[in-house]
Design a protein around this ligand. Structure first.
Ligand SMILES: O=C(O)CCC(=O)C(=O)O
Ligand SMILES: [Fe+2]
Length: 258
């Protein structure tokens, strides 16, 4: 079934339009909408609030996204991380709108063993509607570039960021592992055996062009990590070939309290 965006579809048509926007060539070049209508969302079994859209961007869209980052000088001088707060570049705004559209019109596959934060399967949506329709959707961007062997330690994203985090993967496939941040008697721990931490790790394959969304438990109660040391990137019994990997993480800053 389609995601529960309902009346959101018309609004998004207006955002995207059908023709290219001459004022933002870079943005319209990044997201021509080739994959529109073909998105499939999967609820990751065991981690409530974690959703994967394995084929979010086409190969051409990925290349244009990387080109736009290159042209803007992201990752110059061996920098492997770049951040932007507030006004995001046009390609990131377009990417945000694209994420919203994929959530609204993509097919939703709840899958066996997947837990929903919403009790009603009929309303299964990869992101709760209050997060989906907040404005701006995202206002913080971090782009990470990893050499083969490099990854990111297990962490929960800082509390200064709101719920509802998106990560787009580019260039190289990797396995991201989710592990429970703490042992508690709550729902998140019901489905998984405790004790052996390796056994409670949930692996998610992030192919180039994929998108994950983390909200609720996935964002607050599960850590995520990418261990690209030798022997750690296993999928389907085989070790993934490693290349350079680039990721784009989109988040929303919480209003400052001071
Ligand atoms: O590179 C990634 O896919 C994850 C990045 C991440 O988790 C972060 O920057 O907080
Ligand atoms: Fe993170």
């Amino acid at each position: 079934m389609a995601g529960g965006g309902g009346g959101g579809r018309g609004a998004l048509r207006e955002v995207f339009g059908d023709s290219s926007d001459s004022e933002s060539d870079a943005a319209s070049a990044v997201i021509p909408g080739a994959a529109r209508g073909q998105w499939r969302w999967e609820a990751v079994a065991g981690v409530r609030g974690l959703w994967l859209c394995a084929a979010f961007l086409s190969a051409g869209e990925q290349a244009r996204l990387l080109d736009a980052m290159q042209r803007e000088g992201w990752f110059i001088d061996a920098n492997n991380q770049a951040m932007r707060f507030g006004n995001l570049p046009s390609w990131a705004l377009e990417l945000s709108a694209h994420i919203r559209e994929a959530i609204c019109v993509g097919d939703v596959n709840v899958g066996v063993g997947a837990e929903l934060s919403n009790e009603d399967d009929e309303d299964a949506c990869p992101l709760p509607s209050d997060l989906l329709w907040r404005e701006p959707f995202f206002d913080q961007l971090i782009a990470n570039r990893y050499k083969p062997g490099e990854g990111i330690c297990a962490h929960i994203d800082l509390m200064r960021f709101d719920d509802g985090i998106a990560i787009v993967s580019l260039e190289s496939a990797c396995v991201m592992h989710f592990s429970q941040a703490e042992t508690r008697g709550g729902a998140a721990s019901d489905t998984l055996k405790q004790g052996d931490s390796e056994s409670t790790k949930v692996p998610v394959l992030l192919n180039p062009g994929s998108l994950i969304l983390m909200s609720g438990d996935a964002r607050y109660l599960w850590k995520h990590e990418i261990d690209r040391k030798q022997g750690k990137q296993m999928w389907d019994g085989r070790e993934l070939e490693q290349h350079r990997r680039t990721s784009v993480t989109l988040r929303k800053l919480l209003a400052s309290t001071d």
